[in-house]
Design a protein. Sequence first.
Length: 260
Amino acid sequence: MSVLDDIVAGVREDLAARQSEVSVADLRAQLADAPAPRDPMPHFRRPGSSVIAEVKRRSPSKGDLADIPDPAALATEYAAGGAAAISVLTEQRRFGGSLNDLRAVRAAVDTPILRKDFIVGDYQLLEARAAGADLVLLMASVLGDDDLRRLFDVATELGLTSLVEVHDEAETERAVALGAELIGVNARNLKTLAVDNDTFGRLAPLVPSDRVLVAESGISGPTDVKRFVAEGARVVLVGEALVKDGAPREAVAAMTGVEA
Ligand SMILES: O=P(O)(O)OC[C@@H](O)[C@@H](O)c1c[nH]c2ccccc12
């Protein structure tokens, strides 16, 4: 079993537990109270890089990264630094996150929020929107074509923007065929956890220029951002480097608006 299979098995168990506690009808009722979804695309399409700054405590590849006792405080710093969106890892077992983190961040900032999780069912999309998320991650490595299409359509109906994540040529072709406007290239192979910084440059030419490309993983500072912008990225998604930086506001600002 790959690391990814193992993570997804745990996600399915946790999901089943939540589903037995809150019915779909109750979740749908909560949607009425959720703030209207925010559209991240105008910021992403601005000239120069946009940053999606991530709230992440730990990961299977790096272990403990940062305690983050107050996710709202960290998100406030990200927003002040000019983050275009804030990613909140809500997976519990391997990344130490939760939907409560997302709710806390939602209450603190106006910035669009990405629910970063291993989404396998519609229920998680409803949860995301009810908690105030504006974007969701859909991983081509986790979802077959039918599920990817259905979840993409349901997300769109809910007003959520899908970030469709790819890691190889076949996944990139699937994301393009789906019509995804926002495509993320993860430099980390989640089956082996290895990072290959040449992944973005290899896959970017397969994506039509009307789409918005996000470079994900292993980005440590403005020099990396400049490289990915030169290779076609409009957006960078940064976790580790920001949660470990003592000055996250300045770190986000330094990676924002970078030109090739
Ligand atoms: O911490 P990093 O190396 O800056 O990476 C952030 C982000 O790309 C990474 O957290 C990520 C990208 N895709 C994912 C899918 C699931 C979990 C995590 C991820």
